[in-house]
Design a protein around this ligand. Structure first.
Ligand code: GLY
Length: 367
């Protein structure tokens, strides 16, 4: 007789639940790209701050399709991919990796059609075109003086485009951005700053800062999770051991500061935060830990990172994080945070949290 582990049982239940929530979202709000819920509902007039989340809905639909084979999810995923195709030339945001790696890259992985590869390359080239020689970085959407730790999640698509087109200059730019981020936003203890500010005239680095964390010198948990995952990706594409070392330093910092059940607050250094959890950071970290487990050649570390990912998934697959199916909430995970200072998505569901949770969940189920 075969027995199912408690984690597998939780994960399978969570996957079925996620599929039902996504089906409801797409049926109830056709062609709508949500960012965060308000009072548990996706559709509202709340501001976006910036448009970076449109890939996460098709991304989730692809993940469910890959896991279940259900053609309805494939058909809807393609539909939503098509709706964002024009964004491949959008130079106004730093987020084209978020948009296209989650969505079009998964489509390409299924079909291997040339037009799909072309869109992904175009998005990677557009993202790389934002590079500034003075300072050697890809600026954030906020302005030319600003670099975000989040941008590390968008370097994979630039590496991909550089490789596919054999563009040595694009490769140089993305490598330099990663090195600049490592130098100015990652600290000696593996913690990270959210934002860095440069003098645009000279390229001199001026200071660390933040929008979504507590202070410029504190540790915004989601930013650290982006770095843990993003530097792992930079290593995966470049083979530069410095990026693996940085990803592992970020992983050590995450483990050092987070309770054993795996979910951090929005900022580890904020005294008495109003809300104790930022579940989207945990979901991103789980997927980042899974990637690190695959990248390291040290079996003990692989075990450590794999175990940490499983522990986070186990926690997220149950209340108070996984939403009870019948309470009317439209998301998958609760207790996430988008932007507390602007009062956007505070203690709510967020699209990227649900996306990276599903990514980690599916990866675990396929292990
Ligand atoms: N803009 C990316 C984030 O909120 O994490």
């Amino acid at each position: 007789m075969t027995t199912t582990s408690p984690l597998r049982e939780r994960a399978e239940n969570a996957l079925g639940y996620a599929a039902r929530q996504l089906r409801r979202l797409v049926s109830n709000h056709p062609d709508y790209f949500p960012l965060y819920t308000e009072d548990g509902k996706w559709s509202h007039e709340g501001e976006a701050w910036t448009n970076w989340c449109e890939g996460f809905l098709p991304g989730q639909l692809w993940l469910i399709h890959q896991q279940t084979g259900d053609p309805w999810f494939r058909e809807r995923a393609i539909h939503y991919c098509r709706l964002i195709e024009h964004r491949a030339t959008d130079t106004s945001v730093h987020d084209l990796g978020f948009l296209f790696w989650s969505s079009w890259k998964r489509w390409y992985d299924e079909d291997h059609e040339e037009f799909q590869r072309h869109v992904i390359i175009e998005a990677g080239q557009t993202a790389g075109s934002r590079f500034r020689e003075k300072g050697a970085y890809l600026p954030s959407f906020v302005g030319p003086q600003s670099i975000f730790i989040d941008i590390m999640m968008n370097v994979g698509i630039i590496y991909y485009a550089a490789r596919q087109t054999r563009d040595a200059d694009l490769l140089r730019r993305v490598n330099q951005h990663c090195l600049t981020t490592r130098r100015y936003l990652v600290r000696g203890d593996g913690s990270t700053a959210h934002e860095g500010i440069f003098d645009t005239e000279t390229g001199e680095f001026l200071r660390q800062s933040t929008h979504q964390g507590w202070r410029g010198d504190s540790i915004w948990a989601r930013g650290l999770a982006w770095a843990l995952y993003g530097f792992g990706t930079a290593y995966r594409f470049s083979g530069d051991a410095r990026f693996l070392q940085t990803a592992e330093a970020c992983a050590a910092c995450y483990m050092e500061h987070t309770p054993s059940y795996g979910v951090p607050p929005n900022d580890w250094l904020e005294p008495e935060p109003r809300h104790p959890h930022e579940s989207s950071a945990a979901a991103i970290a789980a997927s980042g830990f899974q990637q690190l487990a695959r990248l390291t050649t040290d079996p003990l570390r692989a075990q450590l990172y794999g175990g940490k990912a499983r522990r986070i998934i186990y926690t997220l697959c149950a209340p108070p994080f996984l939403i009870d199916e019948d309470d009317g909430h439209e998301g998958i995970l609760r207790r996430a945070m988008y932007h507390e200072r602007r009062n956007l998505g505070v203690n709510q569901s967020v699209m990227w949290g649900d996306h990276f949770f599903l990514e980690a969940l599916c990866h675990y189920l396929n292990e």
